[in-house]
Ligand binder design. Structure first.
Ligand SMILES: C[S@@+](CC[C@H](N)C(=O)[O-])C[C@H]1O[C@@H](n2cnc3c(N)ncnc32)[C@H](O)[C@@H]1O
Length: 287
């Protein structure tokens, strides 16, 4: 088991949270947290909302889809963005916030020497991610709350299709670090959205994200658009529909069609993959 307690602070009182024995973290106030035999810990604040993150079905769909290589160009852009300039520490400390199966952090850790923190609200996701990333530590946390991660602990923060907490991301990013945020454009999977199998993506999402991070002192350093078409058979369409936020929506509606309530095609179609990979840092913005 590889577990690095130096990532953490107490979710209750925000003091440092060192290991007090092999399988327990503890702060000076006396709060204690068990480390599982999988090398993961749950650090939720008192009275945390009952959000649960992605389900086993959604994660299975996501893992199958990612294993197919359909999103590999996105991973390549993220790796390129994350590894281009990442501070002086080696190995780099990479925090994947909203990690899902850990696919993108795993690709980054193959490209640069890295120790990885895999963080998600879903305990199943955290376990899958730590299994797939060597030298990783897993934490179940809530991205909407103050994070149980120490100030400046991460040289590279990844946030891919996941909730964002700008003030907390700015706090945990080291002075020379980079935050790599990936957001879909309105064209992303538009063929499935038009069929009602996915929820719409509002216009101007990247601009709103850039403004949110500027407000906490993180400026845009670089922006990469990734757009391509790819053939998707019925199984891949079902994975695309089943792995995203629309699946939560469909479950709430009790839908028997696609996750947005629509249906996917029984034959192969070409789908558009379209995202913006945005890199932020504490330094000056690009001209
Ligand atoms: C769309 S998935 C993206 C996963 C991964 N980054 C990827 O692209 O493969 C969003 C992830 O955010 C997690 N998530 C949702 N709400 C969360 C929260 N409040 N705190 C932490 N993680 C959350 C979900 O469990 C899920 O794994």
């Amino acid at each position: 088991m590889s577990f690095d307690s130096t990532w953490f602070r107490c979710p209750n009182c925000l003091l440092a949270l060192p290991a007090v024995d092999e399988l327990t973290l503890g702060c000076a106030t006396g709060h204690r947290f068990d480390v599982s035999r999988h090398g993961t810990v749950t650090l939720l604040p008192p009275r945390a909302p009952r959000t649960i993150g992605d389900s086993r079905d959604m994660l299975d769909a996501r893992r199958s889809l990612l294993d197919s290589g359909l999103f590999r160009p996105i991973a390549e852009a993220i790796v390129e963005s994350g590894s281009a300039r990442s501070g002086s520490r080696a190995p780099h400390r990479v925090a994947d916030l909203g990690c899902g199966t850990g696919y993108y952090a795993a690709r980054l850790a193959e490209a640069v020497p890295a120790t990885v923190l895999a963080a998600d609200r879903s305990p199943i996701a955290v376990r899958l991610a730590t299994r797939s990333i060597p030298r990783s530590t897993g934490v179940v946390l809530d991205l909407w709350q103050p994070l149980p991660i120490r100030d400046g602990a991460a040289d590279i923060v990844l946030n891919v299709f996941a909730p964002r907490n700008p003030p907390e991301f700015a706090r945990v990013l080291s002075a020379a670090g980079r935050l790599v945020v990936t957001v879909p454009t309105p064209s992303h999977l538009r063929e499935l959205r038009q069929a009602g199998a996915l929820l719409d993506i509002p216009d101007g999402k990247a601009d709103r994200v850039i403004a949110q991070f500027a407000a906490v002192g993180l400026s845009l350093q670089r922006s990469t658009s990734v757009e391509y078409g790819s053939s998707a058979d019925a199984a891949v369409q079902a994975q695309l529909a089943g792995m995203g936020p629309s699946a939560h929506h469909a479950a709430a509606l009790g839908s028997s069609g696609g996750p947005g309530g629509g249906v996917t095609a029984s034959h192969a179609i070409t789908v558009t993959i379209s995202v913006d990979v945005l890199v932020f840092g504490h330094g000056d913005a690009i001209a």
